[in-house]
Structure formats: structure tokens, C-alpha cells
Ligand binder design. Structure first.
Ligand code: GDP
Length: 296
């Protein structure tokens, strides 16, 4: 995960840790390396600039230069700033509502929405002992409904059937009614994705959102798309009140920039990360742990 970035940062950190003295020149060199590593990882330029300037400001202060182990102190500064960049504290999934807690899953086609729906359903069932139901409102691709049925079964969670001749609004209403009557704790509504954002898709999702009033509106996005992932997330966040982001395919050879930029650019927390095709390939996203991982 984020291999290139981790390697680059690992080298910088190794060099720094050994330094008994740090001069402004050392720090400038180090920041140049960090800047390159971030840009190569496809972190958005404004995010990189802001990050570098914050690290620089703190590095030149007493906290680092005046420290007995300045290299170590500087690593600490970078780690704290990376954590901040990813949102500081982790933000848990919100279930604080009258059950069923409705989770609206949105994103582009191929992002990993359906897989992530099953993964998160499985996670809620196994980790939090919740009774989980899934439903697909993707009436454009019959295969999508079948796929959700299959992965829900694999995940050991219940699936509410729907069919392509129904309207998304009717499917959602029927599923909510069923979930209430059968005391489900959570209902995942998988929505139709498109290859790119279009007006028809956004209108449909906004209508669905207004109708079902979800406690969580989760934007699922493929981390491998780098800055494109971040731009798509930004557009969605402007059109829909997202409550969180799930970055998928962080296990791939993703340059990883999305993990570092998306919070800053959209203002929305990353709640989970997809780290594999299997249904247990999902992790809660902890900025601090991710920062330590990146620093190697
Ligand atoms: P949807 O069109 O958004 O519903 O996307 P799918 O759920 O069908 O996923 C598209 C592809 O991405 C599938 O082949 C999934 O197995 C794969 N995928 C989803 N999440 C991950 C992940 O975290 N890691 C990896 N490696 N593959 C994933």
C-alpha cells in the first residue's frame, strides 16, 4: 500500500533520524525530497504547497532545531502534519439514529461500490453484531443487482431483491419498509454509478437522498485514480451532502495521493479504506496510523 511514497519517505526519515545537527540547508533539502515524493504520489499541488509550508514553519522553530535529537523531532513534525492532512482524528461510522441506519452508497461505476457495500455490511455484522440488509437501486445494469445478491450472500448479510423494471424510489421505499418491519439495524442502498458524472445520475441520487434521508452518504472512490479521484469526490461533495469517503484499491500500486488530498480538498473524512478484493479487505481509516505507515 502506497509503496512508492513509503519508500521515499522511508529514505528521508532514515537520513534525518541520524542527524545530530540540523541546519536550515538540511531542512530545505529534506523538504525538497518530501515535496517530490508527494507530487510523485499524485497529491494535489495546493495540498503539497500548504503541507510543505506548514512543516517548514514548524521545523525552523525551536521545537526542532533546539531539540537534542533534531532529526527525530523533525520526523515528529512531518508525522503530525501528515496526520492533520488526513483529518487528524478518525471519524467513526454514524449509526446514531432510529434503526434502520440507512447508508447510501454513491460513486462512479467500477469504483467498488457494490463490493464495498458487502464489505462494510460484513464488517458491521461481525464487528458490531448488527443485523444488516442490502438493496440495489441500480436498475440500469441487471448484472449489478445480481452482483449485490452474490456478494451479500458471501458476506453473510441479507439482500432485498429488486428488478430493473422498478423505479429506484420504489425499490428504496419497499426496502426501508421491509427493514423496519424486520428490525434491521442497517440498510445499505447501493446506487447506480455511471462512467462519469452526469446530470441524470446526480438528479436521481439527489432525489433518492431526499427521500431516504440516510444517516450516512458514503462516496466510494478508486484511490488508483489519484487526483481524478479527488476531483470526482469534490464534485460529488458539492452536489450531495456526503458524510464520508471510502477509498478503495489502496492495496494496488496506487500512488496514494488521493489518501492525502481528499480530506483537505473535500472537507469530508475518509472513513474506511478498501485494501483487497476479498470481502474482509476493508479497514477503518485512522489518519495517525496511516501517517506512521507512510513514514515507514
Ligand atoms: P461498482 O461498479 O462501483 O459497484 O464496483 P465493483 O464493486 O463491481 O468493483 C469493481 C472492481 O473493483 C471489482 O473487480 C472489485 O473486486 C474491485 N475492488 C473493489 N474494491 C477493491 C479493493 O479495495 N481492492 C482491490 N484490489 N479491488 C477492489
Amino acid at each position: 500500500m502506497l509503496d512508492n511514497l513509503t519508500q521515499r519517505f522511508g529514505r528521508v526519515v532514515k537520513n534525518l533520524r541520524g542527524q545530530a545537527h540540523l541546519t536550515e540547508d538540511n531542512i530545505t533539502d529534506m523538504l525538497r525530497e518530501v515535496r517530490m515524493a508527494l507530487l510523485e504520489a499524485d497529491v494535489a499541488l495546493p495540498v503539497v504547497k500548504e503541507f510543505i509550508s506548514r512543516v517548514k514553519e514548524k521545523s525552523l522553530g525551536q521545537e526542532v532545531v533546539g531539540s537534542l535529537t533534531p532529526g527525530q523531532a523533525l520526523v515528529g513534525v512531518v508525522q503530525r502534519e501528515l496526520t492533520e492532512l488526513m483529518g487528524g482524528a478518525s471519524v467513526a461510522l454514524n449509526l446514531a439514529t432510529q434503526p434502520p441506519a440507512i447508508m447510501l452508497m454513491v460513486g462512479l461505476q467500477g469504483a467498488g461500490k457494490t463490493t464495498t457495500t458487502a464489505k462494510l455490511g460484513k464488517w458491521l455484522k461481525e464487528r458490531q453484531k448488527k443485523k444488516v440488509l442490502t438493496v440495489s437501486c441500480d436498475v440500469y445494469r441487471p448484472a449489478a443487482i445480481e452482483q449485490l445478491k452474490t456478494v451479500s450472500a458471501q458476506a453473510g448479510i441479507d439482500f432485498f431483491p429488486s428488478s430493473p423494471d422498478q423505479k429506484p424510489a420504489d425499490i428504496a421505499a419497499a426496502a426501508i419498509d421491509y427493514a423496519k418491519r424486520h428490525f434491521y439495524d442497517a440498510l445499505f442502498i447501493d446506487t447506480a454509478g455511471r462512467l462519469a458524472i452526469d446530470t441524470a445520475m446526480m438528479t436521481e441520487i439527489r432525489d433518492l437522498h431526499a427521500q431516504v434521508k440516510p444517516i450516512e452518504t458514503l462516496f466510494i472512490v478508486d484511490a488508483m485514480l489519484g487526483q481524478d479521484a479527488v476531483n470526482t469526490a469534490k464534485t460529488f461533495a458539492e452536489m450531495l451532502p456526503l458524510t464520508g469517503i471510502i477509498l478503495t484499491k489502496l492495496d494496488g500500486d496506487a500512488r496514494g495521493g488521493a489518501a492525502l488530498s481528499v480530506r483537505q480538498i473535500t472537507g469530508k473524512p475518509i472513513k474506511f479504506a478498501g485494501v483487497g478484493e476479498k470481502l474482509d479487505g476493508l479497514e477503518e481509516f485512522h489518519p495517525e496510523r496511516m501517517a506512521s505507515r507512510i513514514l515507514g
